[in-house]
Design a protein around this ligand. Structure first.
Ligand SMILES: Nc1nc2c(ncn2[C@@H]2O[C@H](COP(=O)(O)OP(=O)(O)OP(=O)(O)O)[C@@H](O)[C@H]2O)c(=O)[nH]1
Ligand SMILES: [Mg+2]
Length: 222
C-alpha cells in the first residue's frame, strides 16, 4: 500500500480530452474541510495519489451519469492560504469547481471573493458550486450567505462530519462537469432552480420578514 502511495501520478493532461473523463477542482481556505469532504464522498474506494508536486492530491473516482461511465479526477490541494493563489496548472482543463467555506469562520466566507476571482481568470465559464461546510456544529440559514446568490451560483449546505448533503454535492458536481464538457447549460439551470427552493432540511427556519435583509455582514460588535 505504501508503494502505491509513493508512486507519482502521471500528469497527462491529454487524457482529460479523452472520452468521458472530467476534472473537478476544489478551492477554499485552509481547514475549511476540502479533504474531509472528498474523503467522505469517496470513502468506499478512494485512491489518493500523492503527486510529486507538494500538497496536491488527486482522487480518482468512477461515476455513472445517464447510464454512462464517467472517470472523475478530483483535485485537492492544501495550504493555499500561504500563497493566496493556485498555480495555473491546477485550473487547467478543469470542468467544474467546488468552492468551500467554513460556516464557523467568517473569514473563509469573505475569502470566497478572492478564490472566485482567480477561478474566473483561468476558467471563465465552468460550473462552480459554493459549499458551506461544517453545518453540523452551528445553526445556519441560507440567508446569511449572499455570495452565491450574487454570482448566481448554487449553494449547498453540507457537513463532512455527519455526511449531510455530501453525496448530493459531489453527484451534482459530476453531472455539472459532464454537462459542461458536453457544452450544455441545461443541468446548471436545473440545479439553480432546484436550489432556489431549497430549504435547509430540519434546520432552523428564520422568520419570513428577515428574508429581505440578505447579508449578515454587519459591523462586528464593539
Ligand atoms: N465539525 C466539523 N468539522 C469538520 C468538517 N469538515 C472538516 N472538519 C474539520 O476541519 C478540519 C480541516 O479539515 P480538512 O479537510 O483537513 O481541511 P482542508 O480544507 O482540506 O484544509 P487544507 O488541506 O489545509 O487546505 C479538520 O480538523 C476536520 O476534522 C465538518 O463538516 N464538521
Ligand atoms: Mg486538505
Amino acid at each position: 500500500m505504501a508503494e502505491d502511495r509513493a508512486k507519482p501520478c502521471e500528469l497527462d493532461q491529454e487524457k482529460y480530452d479523452a472520452g468521458d473523463n472530467v476534472k473537478i477542482i476544489c478551492l477554499g481556505d485552509s481547514a475549511v474541510g476540502k479533504s474531509k469532504l472528498m474523503e467522505r464522498f469517496l470513502m468506499d474506494g478512494f485512491q489518493p495519489q500523492q503527486l510529486s508536486t507538494y500538497a496536491l492530491t488527486l482522487y480518482k473516482h468512477t461515476a455513472t451519469v445517464d447510464g454512462k461511465t464517467v472517470l472523475v479526477d478530483f483535485w485537492d490541494t492544501a495550504g493555499q492560504e500561504r500563497f493566496q493563489s493556485m498555480h495555473a496548472s491546477y485550473y487547467h482543463k478543469a470542468h467544474a469547481c467546488i468552492m468551500v467555506f467554513d460556516v464557523q469562520r467568517k473569514v473563509t466566507y469573505k475569502n470566497l471573493h478572492t478564490w472566485y476571482t482567480e477561478l474566473r481568470e483561468f476558467r471563465p465559464e465552468i460550473p462552480c458550486i459554493v459549499v458551506a461546510n461544517k453545518i453540523d456544529d452551528i445553526k445556519v440559514t441560507q440567508k446569511s450567505f449572499n455570495f452565491a446568490r450574487k454570482f448566481s451560483l448554487p449553494l449547498y449546505f453540507v457537513s463532512a462530519a455527519d455526511g449531510t448533503n455530501v453525496v448530493k454535492l459531489f453527484n451534482d458536481a459530476i453531472r455539472l462537469a459532464v454537462s459542461y464538457k458536453q457544452n450544455s447549460q441545461d443541468f446548471m439551470d436545473e440545479v439553480l432552480q432546484e436550489l432556489e427552493n431549497f430549504d435547509l432540511e430540519q434546520k432552523v427556519e428564520d422568520e419570513p420578514d428577515q428574508e429581505q435583509h440578505g447579508a449578515v455582514e454587519g459591523p462586528a460588535p464593539s
